[in-house]
Write a protein that binds this ligand. Sequence first.
Ligand code: NAP
Length: 247
Amino acid sequence: MSMDNRTCVITGSAKGIGRGIAEHLGEEGANVVVNYRSSEGPAHEAADAIESAGGSAIAVQADVTNRDEVERMREACHEAFGQCDVLVNNAGITADKQFTEMSRTEWDRVMDVNLGGMFNCTQEFYDDIWNAHEGRLINISSVVGKQGNFGQANYAAAKSGMFGFTRTIALELAQGGSTANCVAPGFTRTDMVESIPDSVLDRIVSGIPLERLAEIEDIAAVVRFLASEESSYVTGEVIDVNGGMDL
Ligand code: NAP
């Protein structure tokens, strides 16, 4: 699944799932743009790790909710590597609250990053993906977008919205030979689940047929497949990577 000379932009890839994706794609020979909002040190460490492993990477600051910064990220990508072949919309946040307690600000913040960020980055890199030989758009959604989750009405709505967006962009990109897919991870060991109390995590794990949380590598391996030429006839899909949570 060589990614030699393919250029991949992964939003929010200083840490967590995004970093795992960046490192996996770097190992395959891709040029990697490690995007960060605030984690400057970790982003440079991620880029250095990819370079030390023999790959090519740059770290670029851009808040995905800010269109001007996303435009500058595209320019930095073009300057370093040329056009982007693969965009992974991974940046995401939660702001959990039982619905009756949820403020409009908490709703808007989650929509702005998870959906607004995806809009900004996809539109900014759309021409690149269209013009690439078999360009790839990969959106990181969540099992919560399918199943819902107590206290996550905002996040579930945003993650579910990614499905419809992806299917529509898949239709629009298809004429040019590029694809768009979603990956919907289950609960994965990253900072995002750190804040979940152990007792709640135990309850979550007891409901997972494979009886464990996902590791970052489990998600990154599926993204690597979708980014590769091996997946050229897969488009408009949501690939669940959740240990069988919905069985
Ligand atoms: P994480 O460790 O909290 O990392 C999230 C990343 O998103 C951070 O690196 C952060 O960048 C970046 N980010 C947030 N807001 C941003 C913005 N406005 N602009 C640019 N970057 C921004 O989360 P994770 O667990 O790896 O999650 C990655 C993705 O997988 C998210 O979309 C999440 O919803 C999804 N997901 C996670 C799980 C899970 O169980 N962990 C399950 C299903 C889906 P900075 O650190 O630089 O601010």
